[in-house]
Design a protein around this ligand. Structure first.
Ligand code: MRU
Length: 343
């Protein structure tokens, strides 16, 4: 059974606290806009599509108690909530895409009562969740065409059910191929500094009964050299109109390694991850995170005090290193600006 990452539950947001996995499977409830903002910032909910869903539900949460008497005041409050949620994490475009959908939904129903607009906002957020479930299965179905029986797949970070409503993008491809009866094996990068691969990807794959082996990030090249990897599949946080792709830090190194070893490098992502407003990856804002994520491991300091630290959460893989982008609408091979705009 796929995990349900995040949902609306009796006037609150219910989500799996991913910072506790795999040791503890625990749901938390967010009943204030600040608590969902905190959950996004601290990666209790994470992964581009799941962040988008959290943003949409955050708007519902932030507006449900509005006492606004007219549309103008309601809209002003909504913009305030959107602006607060927009400041949580900058890289995954799905957040801004989802917040924009909520804004458009509000504007579309401007002539209805405030009570009706509130219920339309909840319907819209629920639609985003339901669509995501279908989209991930379509990504899985399309991507599985690239997977052969016996393939050994390398993945990075977590682009699974936990990063979406319930099924995943990169892992969706793996789940789908597995459901088709293909015998596949997976290597999961641990994904320092926050270990999404070690903590979340292995957990999800093991639950699905898929053969997964955990490796440290610096082992991938050696495995490729030994001929042990058939292909790499990763998710994405933002894809520029030329195909340049931002994903978890370390993705770029994998793409370079894959190219050097002639191994296909696939990106799996919904259309909502494309940012057609930007020309190239250079314009993608890269989130910088706290130094403690690098200097500390599970509360214990592992580096000297006052050491200089650089901690970007994402990097950008140029389109020329990507063999194909797998979407719910089909596959874009060797992506470039022209192919993406005609897609
Ligand atoms: O910092 P995170 O854990 O939110 O980063 C997640 C990733 O980089 C994922 O690969 C990406 O969001 C795609 S999720 C389907």
């Amino acid at each position: 059974m796929p995990v349900e990452t995040i949902k609306w539950d009796k006037e609150r947001i219910k989500l799996i606290d991913q910072t506790l996995l795999p040791n503890k499977f625990k749901h938390i409830y967010c009943d204030t806009i600040e608590s969902i903002g905190e959950a996004i910032k601290n990666l209790r909910v994470r992964g581009a599509p799941a962040i988008g869903i959290a943003g949409a539900l955050g708007v519902v949460l932030g507006m449900q108690d509005s006492k606004a008497k007219d549309y103008a005041r309601f809209k002003k409050q909504l913009e305030h909530v959107i602006s607060y949620l927009s400041s949580s994490r900058p890289t995954a475009v799905n957040l801004f895409w989802a917040l924009d959908r909520m804004r458009v939904c509000c504007e579309k129903h401007r002539n209805l009562s405030i009570k009706t607009i509130k219920s339309e906002l909840l319907n819209e957020a629920q639609k985003i969740i339901d669509e995501d479930k279908n989209i991930c299965r379509d990504i899985g179905k399309n991507g599985a065409k690239l997977i052969k029986d016996g393939d050994v797949i390398l993945t990075h970070c977590n682009a699974g059910g936990l990063a979406t409503a319930d099924y995943g993008t990169a892992l969706g491809v793996i789940f789908y191929a597995n459901e088709q009866g293909k015998k596949i094996r997976v290597y999961a990068d641990e994904t320092r500094p926050l270990l999404q691969g070690a903590r979340l990807t292995t957990w999800e794959l093991m639950h699905a009964g898929i053969d997964v082996t955990l490796i440290c990030d610096n082992m991938a090249g050696s495995l490729m050299k030994q001929g042990k990897i058939s292909c790499v599949i990763v998710g994405a946080d933002r894809i520029a109109s030329n195909g340049d792709t931002a994903n978890k830090i370390g993705t770029y190194s994998l793409a370079v390694l894959a190219k050097a070893h002639n191994i296909p490098f696939y990106v799996a992502a919904p259309i909502s991850t494309f940012d057609m407003k930007i020309k190239s990856g250079k314009q993608i804002p890269i989130e910088q995170r706290a130094h403690e994520e690098v200097t500390n491991l599970y509360g214990k300091r592992i580096a000297p005090k006052n050491v200089n630290v650089y901690n970007p959460a994402f990097d950008v893989t140029p389109a020329r290193l990507i063999s194909a982008i797998i979407t719910e609408c089909g596959i874009i091979e060797e992506p470039n600006e022209k192919k993406i705009s005609n897609f």
